[in-house]
Design a protein around this ligand. Sequence first.
Ligand code: SF4
Ligand code: SF4
Length: 73
Amino acid sequence: MARVTFREERCKGCELCIAVCPENIIILADHINAMGFHPATVVEQEKCKGCAMCARMCPDLVIEVEREVAGCE
Ligand code: SF4
Ligand code: SF4
């Protein structure tokens, strides 16, 4: 199980994270953030594999990926 979160206020809508997500679950939101960009967000969170490709690609450290570690409760 993995969870991906976006610090929307820092996103400039460059779409790099969208291009690399193997599950195609990242989109640009309809609303506009404080910087005037459509921020990236995740849809179908349950499909996230926790690969963190999106977080590695983001130049603005917008994305945080949390993975459940086997054996931990
Ligand atoms: S962690 Fe991987 S699967 Fe999840 S949103 Fe990011 S790129 Fe997509
Ligand atoms: S790579 Fe980062 S800045 Fe670019 S759209 Fe994705 S979250 Fe926003």
